[in-house]
Design a protein around this ligand. Structure first.
Ligand SMILES: [Zn+2]
Length: 319
């Protein structure tokens, strides 16, 4: 199904002049092997996607993409690849695949979790993957008692908790996740985020490192001074780490009005970033605000949806 859809998209493209549009793809984790509870793409799927991009598209670095966007010199089918959060598998699994195909990418890192840290959502996911319990009493959260005998039940409970707690303040979210881990009775000693050395390794491999705050707060529900500090300080920390300028930022969770507000665009600009990426779905047009560049998310998608999302942009957003 993949190739006919791509041909259709590219056929439309070649029938007119270069559209001057830029597609930026968002990934999070690239798993060695698929796991339904984590629900991210695996190495086989990622390899296929990267091969498709290398064969049919013009994959460029984010810096080149932004520069060409402003200069009006984007080639047809221009795509940038980005990763959010700073997962260990970005270094272990994704980097060798990107390297083999000579594809550039940008990695947006939340500095506060590097090394042994774990984001609150991963504490919940990993607790659910590893618990030996068959039932969880969540009455202390007013959430009742849940059977977790099957993978389906575990997935459903993870989705419910992530949805309920996502917009809580950072400290409360961490506390809830920690308490959930205690109830699930698991020890989480696996490292799932990159170390500082691995971030340096990505930069040395020619990859771009971007800011993604320190603790991944939802900026829209965070005090502005604290949000500005998170935006500024992660840039400073990463620059010290990689000894290079950190030029790009990605808003945590990334949706306008829900996750970030207009005031955060100014904070990102004031911190000295050149541009910022959202998760608002879409292609980037030549007149886009550099501090609010949309992306297309391809994590947890099937091969079919990946092809469709690539082709769709040229059909739906094409001029
Ligand atoms: Zn993120």
């Amino acid at each position: 199904m993949l190739r006919p859809i791509l041909r259709q998209g590219i056929g439309l493209l070649s029938s007119r002049r270069a559209t001057g549009k830029l597609l930026v793809l968002t990934y999070h984790r690239v798993l060695e092997t698929y796991d339904a509870i984590i629900n991210e793409i695996d190495a086989v799927q990622f390899t296929q996607q990267m091969e498709t991009l290398a064969e049919y598209f013009n994959v460029i670095s984010l810096a080149e993409g932004v520069e060409r966007l402003q200069a009006g010199t984007l080639a047809a089918g221009s795509v940038c690849i980005t990763f959010d959060d700073g997962y260990r598998d970005n270094f272990d699994v994704a980097l060798p695949i990107l390297d083999a195909l000579d594809l550039p990418a940008t990695f947006f890192v939340a500095t506060g979790y590097l090394g042994d840290g774990m984001m609150w959502n991963d504490v919940i996911i990993e607790s659910m993957r590893n618990t030996a319990l068959q039932q969880l009493d969540l009455n202390e959260f007013d959430l009742g008692i849940h059977a977790i005998n099957t993978e389906g039940q575990r997935i459903q409970l993870v989705d419910m908790l992530l949805g309920k707690w996502k917009y809580k303040a950072v400290a409360e979210r961490d506390q809830l996740a920690k308490r959930f881990q205690e109830l699930a009775d698991v020890k989480l000693d696996q490292r799932i985020m990159m170390t500082e050395q691995e971030v340096v390794g990505l930069a040395k491999a020619g990859m771009e490192i971007g800011g993604h705050t320190i603790n991944h707060p939802i900026l829209a529900v965070t005090e502005l001074s604290e949000a500005a500090k998170q935006i500024r300080e992660c840039k400073r920390e990463l620059e010290t780490m990689i000894n290079k300028p950190v030029r790009f930022f990605a808003y945590p969770n990334g949706r306008m009005g829900k996750d970030y507000l207009n005031e955060h665009l100014s904070a990102v600009k004031e911190a000295g970033y050149l541009a910022a990426l959202t998760t608002n779905d879409g292609y980037i047009n030549h007149d886009a605000d550099l501090y609010e560049l949309p992306r297309v998310s391809v994590n947890h998608t099937s091969k079919f949806k990946f092809g469709a999302s690539l082709a769709r942009g040229y059909v739906q957003y094409g001029s």
